[in-house]
Write a protein that binds this ligand. Structure first.
Ligand SMILES: *[C@@H]1O[C@H](CO)[C@@H](O)[C@H](O)[C@H]1NC(C)=O
Ligand SMILES: *[C@@H]1O[C@H](CO)[C@@H](O)[C@H](O)[C@H]1NC(C)=O
Ligand SMILES: *[C@@H]1O[C@H](CO)[C@@H](O)[C@H](O)[C@H]1NC(C)=O
Length: 196
């Protein structure tokens, strides 16, 4: 007896899950293949918007709970003055303000690698995954070259999801705080995005 009941319960649960997926929305934006088709079919009438965002990203490579870890390096990385070949993966808190205890509104998840033979220069790929506030459930996808520790760096927004579908834009970053001993870094991000 127990088995068919368990089966039925599981079936209902799966149905619920599927229904849930079909009507899932991110801040009023319907998700799923049909919803995306419909969204594209209405794109002709949609007006492009400009959205500006400002936040901080806390990248900690030190301590008991680092948010960025080294996953690979070349044999020659340790003798390279530019750390060429070093690859890190990060899941950094994205906060409203620069303080370590500032409100977290997302995660900056990505990969950065030392990709320059003649100076310290990184290739940086990041997904900004918003987990709270106005853009909760949406993402922005960034990539570019990170070279200026004490000046402004510029990156591209190459896409997005949720409210940021078909996003493109520019990011300027500036180091807010850098600890030369631990190499922990807090960076200020200004983002300007075009999206629909
Ligand atoms: C790199 O390290 C591996 C494993 O220790 C070794 O077999 C290889 O010869 C090294 N290559 C160079 C270029 O040093
Ligand atoms: C963060 O910590 C400081 C003191 O360390 C405190 O004054 C401030 O209110 C805290 N901010 C938040 C958002 O908790
Ligand atoms: C940098 O980190 C070290 C080790 O945690 C700490 O002792 C030092 O005070 C920090 N420096 C600054 C400027 O925060």
């Amino acid at each position: 007896m127990a088995k068919p009941i368990a089966h039925a319960v599981m079936h209902c649960f799966l149905l619920l899950l599927l229904t849930g997926v079909a009507v899932a929305t991110t801040h009023g934006i319907a998700e799923g293949p049909e919803a995306v088709d419909e969204w594209f079919s209405k794109l002709g009438q949609a007006k492009e918007k400009v959205t500006k965002l400002h936040f901080y990203i806390h990248d900690s490579v030190s301590g008991k709970n680092p948010t960025a870890v080294t996953v690979a390096r070349a044999n020659t990385t340790s003798t390279s003055p530019t750390l060429f070949g070093l690859v890190n993966v990060a899941d950094d808190p994205l906060t409203v303000g620069p303080e370590p205890n500032s409100t977290i509104v997302g995660r900056a998840q990505g990969i950065y690698a030392c990709a320059d033979l003649s100076e310290i220069g990184l290739i940086l790929y990041m997904n900004f995954c918003f987990t709270a506030g106005e853009y909760k459930g949406s993402t922005l996808n960034m990539l570019g070259r990170d070279v200026e520790l004490y000046n402004v760096d510029e990156f591209s927004i190459v896409g997005g999801t949720g409210v940021f579908r078909l996003a493109r834009g520019l990011v300027t970053t500036k180091t807010y705080f850098y600890n030369e001993t631990t190499m922990d870094i807090i960076t200020e991000y200004n983002v300007v995005v075009l999206h629909y």
